[in-house]
Write a protein that binds this ligand. Structure first.
Ligand code: FMN
Length: 311
């Protein structure tokens, strides 16, 4: 059976994110995949309300649909997206980060948290790979959080990211077509998705540029200063995306590298175990609220009565 690959764009019609994605999907189609393409701009996606009925339901071992289900197009898209073997996301960079229409879409993924839903037996396990394209008008410095933020939206649905492309200097719609090297690299994303789908799941690896990012685990380019975690564990430096812990070390040639500590992958958010640990953290932190309801009810009175002039 042909592999299924979906492309999800989020930019202007016939703009750079659409064109780079179509170029990648062409490689998928030529590699034998059955391809679907959408642009989020053609759909209505409402903001997550933060009601948490979905996650509270999962915590009780029950699948509770998103409270916005059937009020917009999110569920319709997820029905197709979660049935794919591979998905390529292609998103414009706005203010250094992915455009908000994509983030609105992605923040609604919690109701479809695949690891939790598998854990409670609500869905069957499915392996999926992803390719990511972030496209902006500038170089890396004005897109500094774009790919990392895109990566951060993919673990909720347990995607294995096999390749990423930061498309630079494409300010005007369709400007990417002037850059042959960029167009070839976009095609390569599609080829890498197919290559990965033709590889046994356990042997699937990173196929993107070897020197992409700081983190040897997830290839993110974003490191943060480490601070004590909720349970006290601490590493000097952490990967902002996967949560790997370690330190910056200089090699013999004076080049700085992020070296992951021997226990540095215990919080790896790309693994089900890493995210399950986060469930424990959430349970403990929420617990403090429920154990202190009376104090909260007392202290909140002041803020309920307090009001300021609005618009
Ligand atoms: C509100 C807004 C903010 C933007 N911010 C950035 C930015 O921070 N960095 C960047 O490189 N490009 C930025 N751009 C440029 C777009 O990323 C660029 O035009 C991109 O090609 C749009 O993709 P599209 O053609 O698929 O719509 C911004 C554009 C808009 C409209």
């Amino acid at each position: 059976m042909a592999a299924k690959v979906m492309g999800i764009a989020a930019g202007r019609p016939n703009g750079n994110s659409e064109i780079l994605l179509k170029q990648a999907l062409l490689a998928c189609q030529q590699g034998g995949a059955e391809v679907v393409f959408i642009n989020l701009r053609d759909f209505t996606i409402l903001d997550c309300t933060g009601c948490t009925v979905c996650s509270e339901g999962m915590a009780r071992g029950k699948r509770v649909p998103c409270s916005l289900k059937n009020k917009d197009d999110k569920d319709r898209i997820m029905e197709v997206m979660l049935n794919q073997d591979g998905v390529i996301f292609s998103v414009p960079t706005y203010d250094l980060t992915p455009a908000s229409n994509y983030l609105t879409f992605a923040h609604r993924n919690l109701a479809y948290e695949t690891a939790f839903l598998e854990h409670i037996g609500a869905i069957e396990h499915k392996d999926r790979v992803a390719g990511l394209i972030a496209v902006g008008g500038s170089m890396h410095d004005w897109q500094s959080m774009a790919l990392s933020a895109l990566q951060a939206t993919t673990f909720t649905n347990s995607f294995q990211i096999v390749d990423m492309l930061l498309a630079r200097q494409c300010p005007s719609p369709a400007q990417c077509v002037l850059n042959d090297e960029l167009m070839s690299r976009a095609y390569k994303i599609g080829e890498n998705v197919i290559k990965s789908l033709n590889t046994p799941v356990k042997e699937r690896n990173w196929l993107g540029d070897e020197d992409e990012g700081w983190c040897p685990n997830c290839h993110s380019g974003l490191l943060i200063q480490g601070h004590p975690h909720w349970d006290g564990i601490r590493w000097p430096i952490e990967c902002a995306v996967c949560g790997a812990g370690g330190d910056l070390v200089q090699d013999g040639e004076g080049k700085w590298k992020f070296v992951i500590a021997s226990d540095g992958l215990i919080r790896d958010r790309f693994t089900n175990e890493g995210r399950e640990h986060h469930l424990v953290e959430i349970g403990q932190t929420h617990g403090k609220f429920y154990q202190n309801r009376a104090a909260v009810d007392e202290k909140i009175k002041k803020f309920k009565e307090l009001s300021f002039k609005g618009l």
